[in-house]
Write a protein that binds this ligand. Structure first.
Ligand code: NAI
Length: 339
């Protein structure tokens, strides 16, 4: 039987984006046992300014029809492309794995390996707030059933595939209505997965417990703001906001993932753009998440493990004190992933 070809979108970006895209293509061509057929949409600032709304229409159409894509970092100028894509594609759940990356200096010495599943809509973030008279300000906090159900289903499906546990965390004892609704939906969805170990924590206690005993937590399911805070804290524990990747998901009416958009956490790194110094680890981790999404679990793990093994052994780009160029590191990952 011939190997499959997967159509995928690449949303090209600014700064180091073009070097990273070249690395991803080289890696994919040289080590994957199947073909990725890229459909490119150029989201560089220059093209955005030239083409305006029709360019976003093209990106949205590509993502909707193909259902899967890798997004490179883009400059936030007049608008944030991430925000536009998130809202137009209804990307309501973010999956952010945070793990200890060998070679990154950390204050925190224990190993961290968390999968943060965050509801990416609602909370207080969609309400700008308003003044009540001159002395008080309010904002409305919205918790909606549908994204809670989607995120919970995503978390439990992930747990089933990876044999991990799910912890939901909130302040349901105080925010009884909003966080209470979230926890009740998690309970409802969790009841369909009796094989998965599930627990509930109060969010403030969870922060302390993750610091004290990180190995006890695997998949953590949270509402928007909690997910925002937890992701940054976890990144702080592993010493980096930059060398991580996320999957952003939209769902169909049955709650199955309809669109997956994968990206690196870092920005366009204008200070090193065009110099062959960019570290492609984060975008390779995003590629690995995209391969998992395509069902190519072995290939995804091979790419991720090759990156982490090489970093552990000292094969690194200059940002981590190494001497490798972007393409040298890419070639090393490809060779290791093929083994
Ligand atoms: P940045 O992440 O681009 O850079 C911060 C520092 O990290 C710089 O010293 C840079 O050289 C280094 N760095 C980042 N990624 C690296 C990599 N892969 N390899 C080696 N070194 C790397 O953050 P900054 O400077 O705040 O933002 C620059 C631009 O990126 C801004 O226009 C911002 O709007 C945009 N941005 C875009 C994001 C996205 O599209 N997802 C996310 C964050 C920022």
């Amino acid at each position: 039987m011939s190997n499959p070809t997967y159509p995928v979108v690449e949303l090209l970006g600014d700064g180091i984006g073009s070097e990273l895209a070249e690395s991803v293509r080289q890696l994919a061509e040289s080590c994957l046992p199947f073909r990725l057929a890229w459909r490119s949409v150029d989201l560089t600032l220059k093209n955005r300014r030239q083409r305006g709304e029709p360019l976003y229409d093209e990106a949205i159409e590509a993502m909707r029809s193909i259902g899967c894509g890798l997004k490179y970092p883009t400059v936030t100028a007049e608008e944030s492309p991430n925000q536009v894509l998130r809202s137009r594609l209804d990307l309501s759940v973010i999956h952010r794995p945070v793990q200890t990356i060998p070679g990154i200096p950390t204050n925190f010495k224990a190993e961290v390996d968390l999968d943060i599943v965050r509801i990416a809509t609602g909370g207080t973030y969609e309400d700008p707030g308003r003044m009540i008279g001159k002395q008080a300000a309010v904002s409305l906090r919205i918790v909606e059933r549908e994204p809670c159900r989607q995120a919970a289903t995503y978390a439990f499906e992930l747990a089933r595939r990876t044999h991990k546990s799910v912890t939901s965390a909130s302040k349901h004892t105080i925010q009884r209505i909003t966080d209470g609704l979230f926890e009740s939906i998690v309970r409802e969805v969790g009841a369909k997965y009796p094989d998965i170990k599930r627990r509930i924590e109060l969010f403030d206690a969870l922060l302390a417990k993750i610091v004290l005993k990180p190995a006890e937590y695997q998949i953590v399911l949270v509402l928007n703001e909690y997910g925002d805070f937890l992701s940054d804290m976890a990144c702080g524990l592993v010493g980096s906001l930059g060398i991580g990747a996320s999957g952003n998901y939209a769902f169909d009416a049955e709650g199955h993932v309809k669109i997956g958009m994968f990206d690196a956490a870092h920005g366009t790194a204008p200070d090193i753009a065009g110099q062959g110094k960019a570290n492609p680890t984060a975008i390779f981790l995003a590629l690995a998440l995209m391969l998992y999404h395509l069902g190519e679990i072995r290939a995804g793990s091979a790419v991720k493990n090759a990156c982490l093994d090489l970093l552990r052994e000292g094969t690194r780009t200059p940002d981590l004190g190494g001497k490798c160029t972007t393409l040298e590191f890419t070639a090393a990952v490809a060779a290791r992933a093929k083994e």
